[in-house]
Write a protein that binds this ligand. Structure first.
Ligand SMILES: Nc1ncnc2c1ncn2[C@@H]1O[C@H](COP(=O)(O)OP(=O)(O)OP(=O)(O)O)[C@@H](O)[C@H]1O
Length: 770
């Protein structure tokens, strides 16, 4: 593990200022090249229509070019590279583990496929080149060549002589803007990785930074990232001011392993709060799109999150990585055949989300297939002066055979039709010579055939089957007998009968309708699905996701300790089986990048009471603070706490230091460096807190509103906190949060782990944790 203690050793490198000037010049060159690339892409869009052979070609080409032009145009205005690798004159076998090196280089990106000895590569969020045949000015962080940036260490330099990271000072909005520093690690001095390897380096500071000393300790390579120092520390301490950011500059080795897992591998990441699960999932999505552009298109990739607020929070990560246009949905969106207009009591919802419902629904659907309805006289089809008759026994056998094939219901119906028609043709040909395909098609559509099918294997819809099941006691008894207990069967039933047309569907009904739709016909598949907060999914929701990637893979992200739904998972093997991926590799992440150590210690105390088999988290951050205050009036105390935070009497973030990929924030930070404040309370307490804050002139943003991700103060109900983070969290009355729902202790665990820098707990009632 490379260790650096530059905190006590100023950068000694006499070439520093020149190196910085050279890098600035390179950055200027990159900016000009990127502008030319964007202009070129736009021009290609215009000319594509003229040069294409057909309208269809023009459309496809135009779409591809438009996407490229848009992505280039949409790249955020920040730094165009964040790292550099200088390979030693005799590189080792770096990059050989990447699946793409086996598959051969992708056209136009040959230079990025494997490092060349003695060559330097700048690494950034997108590839930049002055012309297609020239070596790139910047290689994409996902290219095989870039892998060493994340994985090389003193004991495994991967041919890297020097790894350089860049520091960028922020502009007035807090976005990194000016190249102000660089930090070199000498990895490959011995050339073999033997010996002490990774040696010290200096942080070369440019003008405008606070001092001439380096930052922090340790740069975090190897799986033991330890206490973060240098630019990683600066990055994770950077105040949160808006939507989630990408972490391309500081992905850690164990995260990188997950990000670059092969497309065919389904992964499950169990991670304590703030360990980067969401970040890993999104970067893996970007990596797969880059690495397998032909096998997985943007429309073939899907990201699922728990709610709209969360999706808005993560919405900018993929576009910032040059991958706009990826579908980001909630599971509710996925199954939204109808608006939700009904509501289920909890006991009913529990039954509907239970895995056993899959069997009940299958039975309810296939109860419609009735071999016993075959007419004893068989099926007779007229053919000119002939009458062809298939005997009842043969028809029954055909139906039984097709049933045994377990095809989707609609396919089964067509298979029966095709088999019976083929049998009729056999009879006809035996008597009076060959029959063509047109004849066969007509026979398959003949009226007696339709009547036979309607009696034996009728056409139906998910709505019809579910309405029948929920409102017909007999149908329910038949389908659920031996599967659900009497109380569960009763909970499933609706008092008043209804039809598919008059139905008011509940959220759980939509999941059941989706299951039925999947039994009737296979849904369109995705090449890869990233599922966040997967611990909260019910077995039936898991099935809805799994069947949408029949040949694809999944990245399943979650934390059993954060499960808050009544059906939340308690074991990953079970959840993965419901997702149809029992063999997925499960990996635990425990190093937290968000929550400070004191807060993590508090959360771990609560975790011990949650009875879930997950390892406790540990924090990478020794900074940050935790305050627990018993107050006479939580509403008044909340107003005072928010006011103090906004007045800047409590500064947030890291101590002032040289710019890493960071905004310096701390006692000397500029006012603009104040981070976000999140007030989190039991849902029922939110209205009065909102009223009080608004009356005090501190109107908070509504987390569901459009301004939420960038707002200075957000007030959010505990049930919306999942996946989000704020610099300063004010958690109001934990006892009320815990008692609001059956899994309230898990909810409280989520709430207590949202703070990046400071957690302030305000309470009048006794605290639910020891
Ligand atoms: N390698 C890294 N470098 C810098 N920041 C990181 C890194 N990994 C994670 N982070 C940051 O840590 C924070 C937490 O990450 P993320 O939200 O992905 O965690 P999570 O495991 O999904 O958390 P939770 O379970 O609480 O939702 C984010 O701000 C993320 O950008």
């Amino acid at each position: 593990m490379a260790r650096r203690d530059t905190g006590t050793r100023p950068a000694p490198d006499p070439e520093g200022p020149q190196a910085l000037a050279d890098e600035r010049a390179h950055h200027e060159r990159c900016r000009a090249a990127l502008a030319a690339m964007a202009a070129g892409a736009r021009e290609h869009v215009v000319t594509a229509a003229d040069v294409s052979a057909s309208g269809a070609d023009a459309e496809v080409l135009g779409r591809a070019l438009r996407t490229k032009a848009r992505d280039l145009g949409e790249l955020p205005p920040g730094p165009l590279f964040f790292g550099r690798l200088d390979f030693a004159a005799a590189p080792g076998d770096e990059g050989s583990g990447d699946e793409r090196s086996g598959a051969g280089p992708v056209a136009g990106r040959d230079a990025d496929a494997a490092p060349h000895a003695g060559q330097s590569y700048h690494i950034g969020r997108t590839r930049i080149t002055e012309e297609p045949t020239a070596p790139p000015l910047v290689v994409d962080w996902r290219a095989p060549v870039s892998r060493a940036f994340y994985q090389a260490g003193p004991h495994d330099p991967r041919g890297v002589a020097v790894r350089r990271r860049f520091g960028w000072a922020p502009d007035s909005t807090g976005a990194p803007q000016d190249l102000t520093g660089l930090e070199d690690e000498y990895l490959g001095r011995s050339g073999t990785g033997a010996g002490p390897g990774g040696t010290e380096s200096g942080t070369e500071l440019g003008p405008g930074t606070a001092s001439g000393t380096g930052t922090g300790t340790g740069s975090g390579t190897g799986t033991d990232v330890g206490v973060a120092g240098g630019f990683l520390a600066a990055e994770i301490r950077r105040p949160r001011t808006g939507p989630m950011r990408d972490i391309a500059a500081t992905i850690q080795p164990e995260q990188d392993d997950l990000v670059r897992s092969p497309l065919g591998t389904s992964l499950c990441v169990q991670g304590a709060p703030g360990t980067g699960k969401t970040a890993v999932g999104l970067h893996r999505a970007a990596y797969l799109l880059y690495t397998h552009p032909r096998r997985i298109s943007r429309s073939g990739l899907l990201v699922l999150g728990p709610n709209r607020t969360f999706l808005r929070y993560i919405a900018e990560v993929l576009p910032a990585l040059g991958e706009g246009g990826v579908g980001q949905l909630t599971v509710e969106d996925l199954v939204a055949r109808h608006p939700v207009t009904g509501h289920d009591p909890e006991a009913t919802a529990l039954v509907k989300h239970d895995a056993r419902m899959a069997r009940v629904l299958r039975r309810a659907l296939y109860a419609r297939v009735r071999p016993e309805a075959v007419d004893g006289a068989g099926l007779t089809v007229a053919d000119g002066s002939y009458r062809w008759r298939v005997p009842a026994g043969e028809l029954t056998a055909i139906v039984a055979d097709v049933l045994a094939e377990e095809l989707p219901y609609d396919t089964g119906r067509e298979r029966v039709r095709a088999r019976v028609a083929a049998r009729v043709r056999e009879l006809a040909e035996r008597r009076s010579g060959p029959r063509g395909d047109g004849w066969l098609r007509r026979t398959a559509r003949a009226r007696p055939m339709a009547a036979f099918l309607d009696a034996v294997w009728p056409r139906t819809s998910p709505e019809e089957v579910l309405a029948g099941l929920l409102s017909g006691p007999q149908e329910r008894e038949r389908a659920a007998d031996g599967v659900l207990g009497p109380a569960e069967r009763a909970a499933l039933g609706r008092a008043r009968p209804f039809t598919a047309r008059s139905a008011r569907w509940s959220a759980a009904d939509l999941v059941l309708l989706d299951e039925l739709a999947g039994l009737l016909e296979l849904p369109a598949g995705h090449g890869h699905i990233v599922v966040d907060e997967a611990q909260d999914l019910s077995p039936m929701q898991c099935r809805a996701i799994g069947r949408r990637a029949p040949h694809g893979s999944l990245t399943v992200l979650g934390d059993l300790a954060q499960g808050t739904t009544p059906w939340a998972a308690r074991s990953w093997p079970e959840q993965l089986a419901h997702l149809g991926r029992p063999d997925a590799r499960t990996v635990a992440l425990t190093t937290g990048f968000r929550v400070p150590a004191q807060v993590t210690a508090l959360a771990n105390r609560l975790l011990a009471r949650l009875d879930v088999p997950v390892p406790p988290g540990r924090s990478l951050r020794e900074d940050g603070s935790l305050t627990v205050r018993r107050v006479p009036d939580v509403v008044a105390a909340t107003v005072a706490a928010v006011r103090a935070a906004r007045n800047g009497t409590e500064r947030l973030g890291a101590p002032a230091g040289p710019a890493g990929p960071d905004i310096p924030a701390g006692p000397d930070a500029p006012a603009g460096a104040l981070g976000s404040v999140g007030v989190i309370a039991a849902d029922a307490d939110v209205p009065r807190l909102r009223a009080a804050l608004t009356a005090a002139g501190l109107a908070p943003a509504d987390p569901a509103g459009p301004a939420a991700p960038g707002a200075p103060v957000t007030l959010l109900p505990a049930t919306l906190a999942k996946g989000l983070e704020y610099d300063h969290v004010i958690a109001v009355e934990p006892a009320a949060i815990e008692e609001a729902e059956p899994r309230g202790a898990h909810r409280l665990y989520v709430v207590l782990t949202r703070a990046v820098t400071r957690l302030e707990i305000l309470h009048t009632r006794p605290l639910p944790f020891g």
